[in-house]
Design a protein around this ligand. Sequence first.
Ligand code: I24
Ligand code: DGL
Length: 271
Amino acid sequence: MEKKAIGFLDSGVGGLTVVKEAMKQLPNESIYYIGDNARCPYGPRPKEEIVEFTWDLTQFLLTKNIKMLVIACNTATAVALDEIRKRVDIPVVGVILPGSRAAIKYSRNKRIGVIGTVGTIGSNVYEDTLHEKHPDVYTASISCPKFVPLVESNQINTSIAKKVVFESLEPLTKMGLDTLILGCTHYPLLSPLIKKVMGDKVTLIDSGAETVSEVSTILDYYGITASSQEKADKVYRFYTTGSTKMFAEIAANWLEVNDIQVEKAILPKNN
Ligand code: I24
Ligand code: DGL
C-alpha cells in the first residue's frame, strides 16, 4: 500500500511544538507540515479570514495526499475545525478537545483556567467544551495577546517577559485554579514563567502534547498507523508561505535536527 503522511497545519512555526511531540510519540510516521508565516498571526484576525486561510492550508496538504489532518493551531481549531471537517473526508483532529480532556482528567477541584489568543478565547470553544464534558466544572479564561509577540521576539526569560507574564496572569492567581490550559502553540515556551506566577499547585496542560496521543488513537482506530517497516522510508517535509530560510532556522533549532527540508508553499486558489 502507498505510504501516506500525517498533515499538520499552523499559522506559522508554533505548530512545531506539536510536531516535536509527534516525532517522539510516532517515530514511524511521515509528516508534512505547512506554516502560514506570510499571514501569521491568526490570533487577532476576524473569524471569516481564519476559516478562509485554514481552508487554503488544508487544500495545500490535500494535494500531498495525506491520510489524516492535524490542525496544530489553537486559533484555527477554535474558529475553523467544524467547517474543515465538513469539507474533507479524512480524519481531522484539533488541539482543543485533547487539551480539555486532559484538564478534566488532571484537575481535582474542577477549577480550570484557559489562556490563549484573542481569537481562541473570544470563540469560547475551550469553556464550552469543558462545561459540556463535565457539569460541575468552573472555568476562567483570559486572552494574552502579548505572549506570541514575546516568544517571537525571542523573549522567553527576559525581565520584560517576566513583567508581561506576571501582569497578564495576575487575575487568574486568585481563583483557586488547580489546572491551567496553555491554549496556544507558543505558550509552552513560556511555561517556566507561567509556573512561577501560578505556583506549584497549578498543573499546566500543553494541548499540543495531548493532541498527539489522540492522533495515535485515531490512527489505530482506522487501522492506518505506519508500521515499523515503514520507518525506513519515513519523510519529514516542511512548507511555509513565508521565508524558507527563517523557517528552517527555527525548525532545525526547535526540532534538534541538522538538515531540514523546507519548501516555499504556493497555495491553491480557492474559488
Ligand atoms: N519563536 C517563534 N517564532 C519566531 C521564535 C521566533 N523567533 C525566535 N524565536 N519567529 O515561535 C516568528 C516569525 N518568523 C518565523 C519564521 O519565518 C520568519 C518569521 C515559537 C517557536 C516554537 C517552535 C524563539 C525560538 C527559536 C527557536 C526555537 C524556539 C523558539 F528561535 F522559541
Ligand atoms: N498558532 C496560534 C495559536 O495556537 C498562535 C499564533 C497566531 O496567533 O497565529 O493560537
